[in-house]
Design a protein around this ligand. Sequence first.
Ligand code: ATR
Length: 270
Amino acid sequence: MIDRYAVLGNPIAHSKSPFIHQCFAAQTQQTMTYEAICLPLDGFITGIADLHQQGFKGMNVTVPFKFEAFNACESVSERAHIAGAVNTLIRTPTGWQGDNTDGAGLVADLMRLTSTLTGKRILMLGAGGAASGVIKPLLDAKIDQLTIANRTPQKAIELAERAAHLRVNGCGFDVVPNQPYDIIINATAASLSGELPPLKAGWFADAGCLAYDMMYGKEPTIFMRAAKDLGATHIADGLGMLIEQAAEAFFLWRGVRPNTVDIRQEVSSL
Ligand code: ATR
């Protein structure tokens, strides 16, 4: 039987993951299928049990199931443990092993854009699932400093405490000093509703400052436009992160690393 993979979410119809993984499979000559499956909001656990029974080899998990997936796994990787969320399921004989490739995806995309993360000062806005998924891989990339600021300060503080041994600060937006950062990442869901976290011009003052939005769309996001107006030298959306997290999941499943450069153009025009 052909090896089967899928992305699970709700909604899932507009997911780019099937296209991305089908490109990877063709490029690396892997015989496999990859489909999008919409699970009922209260049907994640029974859904993955059923897919295991059907013989699926692996799954990506997206909104809103990443936390449920974390709890449903037999075991999880360290990066998934620190994230408290799972975006990749790997089949075991009796269930699913969980990993989280979002952070590796972000780091790979930031490396593409800035060539090194060593010594960088990073400010991350947001402390939800998107933010928590990327903390350990960012710190593993030997950055100098990570500050997490959130609308609800307590969530940023708790997230920083969970990674306390990794030198992270957590706070509210209003107490972030008005000083330059090398990279400012928008990991809030604000762009989705056309809103912005309260940004300070001083954050973007560094020559070479990169403003990175984990969201993406046909046009630059509201965060990217505001960051540009405030002086950011470079702006980028999260499409590269999407492609890179997919490549890392593909590598976990198939043991081959696809080339992500060639498919950027095709994915962005979907
Ligand atoms: P995700 O998994 O996409 O991170 P989430 O866990 O619901 O989704 O987290 C959403 C994040 O966006 C949170 O950090 C949230 O701030 P709160 O913790 O205060 O809710 C942030 N967020 C959402 N809308 C926002 C807005 N309009 N301004 C600033 N932050 C916002």
